[in-house]
Ligand binder design. Structure first.
Ligand SMILES: [Zn+2]
Length: 319
């Protein structure tokens, strides 16, 4: 059986008008030009920077090794989940994503359901999540014309450690104050409904078609399971928080049939082990705010920390 060792991905810094010029202390990255709003951790342009795959983009790795990377029955051709860190300094536009059925009616492979995990939040941090109960579609349309849409949005306070579910069809906006680990279906279908009067293009007809007035969006309570927390377990993703207090964490490394993503939220970890053919791969460190990919075909791997650490494990789930 073909095998693929785990690897770390280098982050890709994406300019956004609502971002920061300096990402310290999160990332050692400064720019004098356009601010950075999104750090992509599993974008198809992100490059492996460890082991034999170093220098290859995630798109190339996936194209050449799909079943060893994703498992025997991947849900699609693309790497299934896009993981990003969002750094909002300003309000992001009010937007909505289509669900799978609507996206496919436009010829796209899938819609976009996503979730947000607050890596940090200042007092008073809030996000807009859905249309307020009882508001009709006509009211939403009028509010967009009148520039009063903000008054119809459900505002949700955000604290560090919160998980928020944002199912496709939910009108939403990230506002400043939090640093968010976003996990979403791999899709770039975003329809902008309102942008606080800026010049950027809006997509009103598509937004109104994609929008659901009632959704399941909202805060998700973590469930404690055997030394870790399940932060969310939904149709497209399962996300867990693992505190690493021992030198090694054998309980995290039981085999699973799918690709795994490990985001280091605190401390740093070292990944080592064997691929399926019994060869050991070169161990590597994953520092805070970096992400490692454990391919589905990795047979035995272990994880160690040299101090307290916290890992957010992200798994694709039932499509
Ligand atoms: Zn979104």
């Amino acid at each position: 059986m073909e095998t693929l060792p785990p690897f770390r991905l280098a982050p890709y810094f994406r300019p956004r008008p609502w971002g920061f010029h300096d990402l310290a202390p999160w990332y050692n990255y400064k720019t004098e030009t356009e601010p950075i709003g999104e750090v992509w951790l599993t974008g198809e342009m992100c490059k492996a920077d460890t082991g034999p795959l170093a220098g290859m983009s995630l798109a190339e790795i996936n194209r050449q090794n799909r079943s060893t990377l994703l498992g025997a029955r991947p849900a699609g051709k693309d790497f299934p989940l896009l993981v990003k860190v969002l750094f909002p300094k300003e309000k992001l536009s009010v937007q909505v994503h289509p669900d799978d059925a609507l996206a496919q009616s436009y010829g796209d492979p899938r819609g976009k359901t996503e979730c947000w995990y607050a890596l940090d939040a200042k007092p008073g941090a809030r996000v807009a999540l859905g249309i307020r109960p009882g508001v009709a579609l006509d009211q939403v349309k009028h509010a967009v014309e009148d520039h009063t849409l903000e008054s119809l949005l459900t505002m949700v306070p955000v604290e560090k450690g919160d998980m928020l579910f944002v199912d496709a069809g939910t009108v939403h906006a990230v506002w400043p104050g939090a640093v968010i680990l976003e996990t979403q279906q791999t899709s770039d279908l975003t329809y902008r409904l309102y942008d606080y009067g800026s010049e950027r293009e809006l997509h009103l007809e598509k937004s109104f078609a994609a929008m659901h007035l009632t959704t399941r969006a909202g805060k998700v309570a973590a469930k404690a399971v055997n030394g870790h927390s399940v932060l969310i377990d939904e149709r497209y993703f399962r996300i867990e928080r693992w505190p690493i207090r021992l030198a090694t964490a054998p309980w995290l490394v039981a085999p699973v049939q799918v690709v795994q993503m490990l985001f280091v939220a605190e401390g740093r970890i070292r990944i080592s082990g064997l691929s399926f053919d019994g060869q050991s791969f070169e161990p590597f460190f994953v520092e805070r705010n970096q992400l490692a990919v454990i391919p589905a075909s990795t047979a035995r791997w272990t994880l160690a920390a040299d101090g307290p650490a916290e890992v957010i494990r992200i798994l694709p789930a039932g499509d």
